[in-house]
Ligand binder design. Structure first.
Ligand code: PLP
Length: 393
């Protein structure tokens, strides 16, 4: 179909909640996408950190196709093997005790918030339900996860928001301590603030948070929706920090393109949600689980993770030789690039025309390519970026 027709139909029939770039992707292989005009573009977005195995990975396609032909859905009131398999693989790849499956990052975070509050209620009764999150964080778009998100820009229009969130300045322990009193039951953080601009927390700060949570019996939730599943070169970003929180939330890359979220629970919280206290119709859906099992099996392999780290280093090395870049943040294949004197949205738009897809994160250019991106694809994509950065506009 002609691109202009696609665009006008989209505007006519789909609610206007996204400002889209002028391209329609119709297929591809790994990190090489094909648009509606048959043109190839290199993908440094992976559907915002989702397509961890790239486009149309043979084993992933086989896993989900075979599952679709066998059983596409069954209610959580019955046992289901694909969900058990992926839960077992997640537990084996981490130090957690139990998994709850959701459908998205926001939903996983909602469940995590419920666990922190119920754990506190069960132990201490009412009046201890506040959760401290960080300024500049992002935790989702539901009313509760918007409230958890520490950015004023997300706290408009939809009042009343869920009560019970307080915000501390990232990397400032005094600011966190100011927010903690007898009414607080948990702390929720991203180890690298993704949407906030690919900003990593300092290790010493995270160590102090762990210590404070221990001393005050607060549930520590680490939102790894963007950083998890190999994205930073470790299976979980927590491993870079050497920490074992009570809860880690996952989504995005876990399904490599099918909607699935997960709440990983340590034994400190794994018995908090009893039968009837939490549920979701599609959670642990067999097809999404079959795809997630393929992802976890592949990504938890140490050689695969070493490759992610090496590719991240290779990209950094190449970027460091380009003009127009002030700094590079992030880890593995989650990178934020501060541009010296270019408007980031213009760079993204121009790169699309020149043959590569990039993301933004605040004023930075953000790279979240498929974890399987090849060196040849990296080279091609970065050549596009170089051309665009060298343009005078
Ligand atoms: C750290 C983090 N948490 C939560 C979310 C929300 O995930 P979803 O869009 O799947 O609800 C996102 C999405 O960007 C995220 O980056």
């Amino acid at each position: 179909m002609d691109f202009n027709k696609i665009k006008s139909d989209d505007m006519e029939y789909i609610a206007n909640t996204y400002s889209r770039f002028d391209i329609c992707i119709v297929g591809g292989k790994n990190a090489t996408l094909v648009d509606s005009d048959g043109r190839e573009v290199i993908d440094f977005t992976s559907g915002i950190g989702v397509n961890s195995l790239g486009i149309s990975d043979d084993n992933w396609v086989q896993a989900i196709s075979e599952q679709a032909a066998r059983l596409q859905h069954i209610s959580n009131i019955f046992y289901s093997e694909p969900a058990i398999k992926v839960a077992k693989a997640l537990i084996n790849a981490t130090s957690f005790d139990k998994v709850f499956f959701a459908n998205s990052g926001a939903e996983a975070n909602e469940g995590a918030i419920k666990i922190a509050r119920k754990r506190s209620f069960d132990k201490y009764g009412e009046g201890r339900s506040n959760i401290v999150t960080l300024k500049n964080s992002f935790h989702g778009r539901t009313i509760t996860t918007l409230a958890a998100t520490g950015q004023d820009v997300f706290h408009n229009f939809f009042h009343p928001f869920t009560q019970g969130f307080r915000y501390a300045q990232a990397n400032c322990i005094d600011s966190l301590l100011e927010q903690i009193d007898e009414s607080v039951c948990g702390v929720m953080i991203e180890l690298i603030q993704g949407e906030g601009g690919v900003l990593p927390l300092e290790k010493s700060y995270v160590d102090e948070i762990v210590q404070i949570c221990k001393e005050r019996d607060l549930t520590l939730i680490v939102d790894e929706v963007q950083t998890g599943i190999g994205r930073t070169g470790k299976f979980l970003c927590c491993e870079h920090y050497g920490i074992s929180p009570d809860i880690v939330t996952l989504a995005k890359g876990l399904g490599s393109g099918l909607p699935i979220g997960a709440i990983l629970m340590a034994d400190t919280v794994s018995s908090v949600l009893g039968a009837g206290s939490h549920a979701t119709t599609f959670g642990g859906n067999p097809i999404a689980s079959a795809g997630a099992f393929e992802v976890v099996k592949r990504v938890s392999d140490s050689n695969f993770l070493d490759d992610v780290a090496k590719k991240g280093d290779y990209i950094r090395e190449r970027l460091s030789k380009l003009d127009g870049i002030t700094s590079i943040s992030g880890s593995g294949l989650m990178l934020g690039i501060e541009l010296t004197d270019k408007n980031v949205a213009e760079v993204v738009a121009d790169s699309i025309k020149a043959g590569a897809l990039f993301l933004t994160a605040k004023s930075k250019l953000r790279l979240l390519p498929p974890l399987t991106i090849s060196y040849e694809e990296i080279d091609k994509g970065l050549e596009v970026l170089e051309q665009v950065l060298n343009r005078k506009y």
